[in-house]
Design a protein around this ligand. Structure first.
Ligand code: NAP
Length: 283
């Protein structure tokens, strides 16, 4: 598994696993646990969750899935709601997430999106959580370029390790200025919805002849090509969500796909990156 260097020089796997909508159905529970474990066994040791997902159900599922593993072999990420990201609630929120996941620390704690709590207060609390050993590092999510600039002006704002945003072949707005800005500051990007939620977020991905032909030529699926696209850069960490071993293993395989320059050019022509600023996509 290739690795990505965080702002603090920690190396993490380039391909992680998402958990949104997981842990909410008893019928799917065992399959979801099995899928996450298969991923961990094959190098996808980074698991992304949030207090929001199923009101804690996804964190509990993660807790079950990771029980057989050595905690030091995992990289656990969770997120705090914006309205809990201030002095009044963040310490309780973090403790609850830790309890649900059955661990004593998070590797990374993210502000899920920007709310009304001042950034300076959130950063101060995140730094306190670090001192308490409850989290090893923190980051943000759904921050556009202007938000990142503001964050870097806050005291200790430069301790931000990642920004998690929506990114897939059909939504390339971040390539215009957010990714270059983050790259300049040594902050990698976690890409959520790297499969555009199996194409649901952008129907053209499913109907594209170019994508189908590239997939066929390589003996892969369109979903695997989508994932391979998000793995092209060495500062992007996609976190696809899969509820079955079949999907997790297909995603793991995608990390081995090499897209030729010609294929990349074809994808660029079919799904061009914007040549002007567009606001951050959230779906
Ligand atoms: N920070 C934020 O605001 C934010 C927002 C959204 C998501 N996220 C995080 O990012 C993760 C990924 O995003 P997402 O779950 O919305 O979308 P996604 O990963 O783009 O797509 C998930 C969908 O793709 C399907 N799938 C997975 N692997 C597949 C494969 N190899 N072939 C065909 N279908 C496949 C899944 O089906 P099955 O489930 O049936 O396998 C599911 O329906 C989330 O789970 C969450 O952890 C963060």
């Amino acid at each position: 598994m290739r690795t990505v260097k965080l702002h603090d020089a920690t190396l993490i796997p380039q391909l992680g696993q998402g958990t949104w909508n997981m842990g909410e159905s008893t019928a799917r529970y065992d399959s979801e646990v099995e899928a996450l474990r298969w991923g961990i066994d094959h190098g996808m040791t980074l698991i992304d969750t949030a207090e929001m997902y199923g009101d804690g159900a996804a964190e509990e599922l993660v807790g079950d899935a990771i029980r057989p593993y050595n905690r030091n072999d995992l990289f656990l990420v969770s997120k705090v709601y914006p309205w809990n990201a201030g002095r009044k609630n963040i310490f309780r929120s973090c403790e609850d997430s830790l309890e649900r996941m059955g661990t004593d620390h998070l590797d990374l704690y993210l502000l899920h999106w920007r709310g009304s709590v001042p950034l300076a207060e959130t950063v101060e609390c995140m730094e306190e959580l670090k001192q308490q050993g409850k989290i090893l590092r923190w980051g943000v999510s759904n921050f556009d370029t202007a938000d990142m600039k503001e964050l870097l002006h806050v005291r200790n704002g430069d301790q931000c390790q990642v920004n998690q945003v929506l990114y897939h072949l059909g939504s390339r707005g971040v390539e215009y200025d957010l990714l270059p800005f983050m790259n300049e500051h040594g902050i990698p990007m976690m890409a959520y919805c790297p499969l555009a939620q199996a194409g649901r977020l952008k129907q053209k991905l499913l109907s594209s002849r170019v994508l189908q032909e590239i997939a066929e030529a390589k003996g892969r699926t369109v979903m695997q090509i989508l994932l391979a696209f998000t793995l092209l850069r060495d500062d992007v960490i996609p976190i696809p969500k899969a509820s079955s071993v079949a999907h997790t293993s297909a995603n793991r395989e995608a990390a081995e796909i090499i897209l030729t320059q010609e294929e990349r050019d074809l994808l660029d022509r079919e799904f061009p990156k914007p040549d002007r600023k567009v606001p951050l996509d959230m779906e």
